[in-house]
Design a protein around this ligand. Sequence first.
Ligand code: SF4
Ligand code: SF4
Length: 307
Amino acid sequence: MNVTRILYRGSLSSCNYACGYCPFAKTTNTRAELDRDWQQLDRFVDWVEASQRPVGVLITPWGEAIIHRYCREAMIRLSWMDHVHRVVIQTNLSGHLDDLSEARVDRMAIWATFHPDETDLPRFLKRCQTLDDLGIRFSVGVVGFKEHFDAIANLRSRLGSDIYLWVNVPKSSNIQYSADDVHFLQSVDPYFRWNAHRWPSLGKPCQTGWSSFTVDGEGEARRCHFVDDVIGNIYQDNIWASLQRRDCPNATCGCHIGYVHRDDFELDRVYGGNLLERIPNHWPDVDSTMTHPPSPHGLPIFPHSGD
Ligand code: SF4
Ligand code: SF4
């Protein structure tokens, strides 16, 4: 059965954390803005319910959404729809999680990011334990800043070995890794090199706009978060009829939720049905043929030392 992946991002634009590199750090929304985001999300969930299409939903908020009860309620609702194969959210894992026990937990998954400057490891691990106790699968991620390497090593050593820990490379900071850095990061996340570059993508076949698309709070659908062209509105158009294979119109693509849909990368071999939650299919077994992606022509951030 073909499952269409939908990435949803409403109008929320606030977060309780203060990560220095993020535009949503310590931003707040007014009550009226949160009510609007709530209504948008409810409308989207109603649409998913009515569509009866086999879908997976990944909520990719601008900021932190699951701290809001209405977001958890929406996820719980989605999880009980027979045609919704997965409901996933990106989160800093700071919020209450216990009421997710009301969900059909085998359909739910969490993409959790650890921010060492914003929380401490025991608190974060306790939230991971809560997910475990609830039976909700999750991946954990970090941003590969060098000043966080000790925290990353500590996290890896204390997370269960069955939990995948991914590393995102802060490409916009022009970080340069040494051979030792690369060795360390590769030991944490065997697939981290896929995230190390902005991949040249112009004209490359990409599943976005075909087997996956994004939706904003007003229902505007785009092939991905990185191409502005609207392909339809889910509330006004038959969006399913608008889906077709398209090549990438952008020069580069450097974000996991984007390039993971590239046909030529074949990353479904790594993630399979767990692509939305970023959990490798056979983790902790590793497909070593996928740990060394092709050489890009982007910014070199690795040493040329044959590491
Ligand atoms: S937790 Fe995420 S959304 Fe919040 S400030 Fe940090 S990077 Fe931004
Ligand atoms: S390669 Fe990236 S930017 Fe291009 S269409 Fe796919 S997801 Fe979008």
